[in-house]
Design a protein around this ligand. Sequence first.
Ligand SMILES: [Zn+2]
Length: 490
Amino acid sequence: MSTMSFNSLRKILLLIVSIVVCWSFLVIETQASTGTVTGSVLNIRDGPGTQYAKKGSLLKGASVTITESRGSWLKIKLNSGLAGWVHVDYIKTSTPSTSTPAVSSVSQGATGTVTGSVVNVREGPGTQYNKKGSVAKGQKVKINAASSSWVNITLGNGVVGWISAQYVKADPVAENPVNNEPTPASSNDSSSKIEVTGSIVNLREGPGTHYLTRGQVSKGDQLDLMEEQNGWYKVQTSRGIAWLAGGLARVLTPPSAIAEEIQSPANPVPVEDPITPTGEIPLPGEINSNSETPSKLPGIARVMLDPGHGGQDPGAIGITGSYEKDVNLTIANKTAQLLRNSGVDVLMTRSDDRYITLNGRVDIANASDASIFVSIHSNSTTNRETNGTMVFYYVDQNIPAAVAQASEREQLARIIQNNLVRSLGRADKGVRQNNYVVIRYTEIPAILVETAYLSNLEEEMLLNDIAFQDRAAQAITNGIIEYFTSKGIL
Ligand SMILES: [Zn+2]
């Protein structure tokens, strides 16, 4: 290769490298926004609206990457790679919202007096920000800046934070009274909200069906109410002002976001979460339920069975040559049949001899509406004497949703282990924790059963014995039913 063509090649390579570098920075930037789930059980949908199919759910505390925003819906991505849409009301973003109102400066030395009985002080101008303290009625605060609904204050102890403009009154200052008014006077109407009750509702340019449509809103969407006219609501949407038919929405009283900012003296403990004060999600379409009526049950009697290995992955191979993938599938299929006979819904990551990656199994579980995950395996070790039954669970301390389920995960493991040991009569090797992928990243309580050892000749024979397989399947079934019953699900 000549020097000249080498130089040209080098230039082209440099160009390619710089394009790739720039592109990867762009990608990182668009994925920088993250959020935390604030609702107890939040549905993930195929599209931005309740009319789209459900593809999974998230528990309170789960963290997500926000990749796109459309109306009241956010497109999110999970660590497992699963992507979908969730309602914005149940996600607390860790970067300030772009809809944060502009903050106006206030003249030096402005002060105000707290008018609410006990008012939360927050890290930013909105209820989505963390609470950092509270102020009491009559307390004097220094006013640093104000937006239309939030005021930045400094307390006597030097703490700086934000409080709702509704609960602080600017003190009159002789030299420049106009600039010291922290908030523009707002009518009562502008602080009201409506919630859409029709499944998909047209927004129109005026109060009547003869006006042109300006897009749609979905059931559960909340909009700021500006005024009411002839049975139509004038609302503020992300795309501007529009009207919608009053029969397809209801007025929320009191507005939840503002109401949370003032604590009733009778209830001195602040409400943790304005949207889900009782831990239930109020949106009818967004709670885990088969019907329009919100269910109080913690889940549904639906289990995801995961026969370990399959296809190109045989799993452990027994002393006489039996494959773990076959034993696991046989026991899992028998378990599925017994569960269905008992009225439990069964989903399976595989029900035939096929290969699925570990992350693929996690994705299948997380995209489903199953309430527990049971992986079925057979054990193996180099010591041929080792035998017995064990069940694994795992609680990743870095995944808040998993930590919140710690007792459920352990309880499910114990119940299944007890049933297996009682029925099979093999050595009780106990309930253990191990960070297997399929029980670590599944967002529902998940366990992994090691029925017996394929590396022990006696147990390999048993694992291939139909009566033993039936007893194992019945024990797992009984355990699952016992768990669901203890949770009030069955
Ligand atoms: Zn295995």
